[in-house]
Design a protein around this ligand. Sequence first.
Ligand SMILES: Cc1cc2nc3c(=O)[nH]c(=O)nc-3n(C[C@H](O)[C@H](O)[C@H](O)COP(=O)(O)OP(=O)(O)OC[C@H]3O[C@@H](n4cnc5c(N)ncnc54)[C@H](O)[C@@H]3O)c2cc1C
Length: 413
Amino acid sequence: MTQRVCIVGGGVIGLASAYALVREGFEVTLVEAQQSFASQTSFANGGQLSYRYVAPLADAGVPWQALGWMLRGDSPLKLRPRLDPAQWRWLLGFLGACRRSVNQRNASHLLRLALLSQATLQAWRDEDGLDGFDWRRNGKLVTFRQPGSFEHARRHLADSRQQQVLSHAECAQLEPTLQDAPFVGGIFTPDEEVADCHAFCQQLVARLRASGRCEFLLGRSVTGIRHSAGTVQAIELGRETLAVEHLVLAAGHRSPELALPGLKLPLYPLKGYSLSVPIGQQHQAPQISITDYNRKIVYARIGQQLRVAAMVDIVGFDPALDPKRLALMRRQARETFADAGDYAAAIEWAGMRPATPSGVPLIGATAYRNLWLNLGHGALGFTLACGSGRLLGELLGQRPTAIDMQGLAPRAA
Ligand SMILES: Cc1cc2nc3c(=O)[nH]c(=O)nc-3n(C[C@H](O)[C@H](O)[C@H](O)COP(=O)(O)OP(=O)(O)OC[C@H]3O[C@@H](n4cnc5c(N)ncnc54)[C@H](O)[C@@H]3O)c2cc1C
């Protein structure tokens, strides 16, 4: 008999999970609090499918580096301590993960998942004809302003067969818009991809609707989960309840509000910003995705827009735009790519990355028999969505998973 899975959250993770589950033969009910899909963190993110740049933020030396950053007016990181135990627990967990060996172990889990994601998106594009989201394999160039950080990066390449170390002149030859930018060199990864995350989500919704196997409950907020003897029985939607057979939590940074006794969901929002800059005939925007390593800004051309994304603000749950942070991003983007687009007409956006302290998401079964997690993808949710959805489908379908779940399974977290 066909099993029905209820998913909480209609961002890129919930939708990719729904798509993978329908492909596995399940029927799905997807519940989303907002009136539209992917209107929260999956709306206007950096657009980078950054499969080989997955090292977690937590690393040896990062706490000191972070202190140095925060003394500067143009810091990519902002910390506003709050009277919130969740923030302190998260910061302590983050400090605990700031060790080289832990970083390397977590990076290897993320790389395994990222490469599975790349293969899964390729399969969905090839086998299902999934398109219409400005996908390109345009390559990614990480550029360095400081010789020291360039030297360090060239000595620690994630994948030396896939990555090329380039001088400033070679960078400019590859991407002419970098001609006058003050970079000493870069590392180019040709296989990296870019796409519009929001448009990708809309395509998944269209396919799910057409499948006849997915029911959507839009504008419905899950307010509680009923359980008994280690089994989830129903979700509460205000005064209504809906019985569930299996439940998947994919509610991004809001997921901890739905935690059950004994279930640890160590998530905290890392706020970031983007600018969507219209590109006209007269403009010269980069074709390759660029990461300005020292300023921690990413640039990606998505259709006729240049998406500029940056900042990690640990400031609580308020999603409001911060004009000072956006002004800094706009100034730095203009300095680097002066003619890339109409900055005056840029659309500003802020999103909350659902981050675990280690940077590794939680995917799979919990101590509750029929409760599953797919959350905590932090800065890499778009990159990791297809692989995470696929793993969840395989786990629920009781099939062997395509990759080893070590480090990714919630119970081991
Ligand atoms: C500035 C910025 C740049 C980024 N750039 C990139 C990038 O280049 N590449 C990349 O891979 N990733 C990037 N990311 C990260 C990526 O956007 C996120 O990891 C991803 O969008 C998270 O998806 P999600 O589905 O978990 O969360 P969301 O998109 O937030 O979706 C969660 C959904 O759950 C719903 N929900 C919450 N609570 C409830 C409830 N109680 N009942 C019902 N529904 C509920 C919410 O309304 C929301 O729609 C970036 C993020 C930011 C902020």
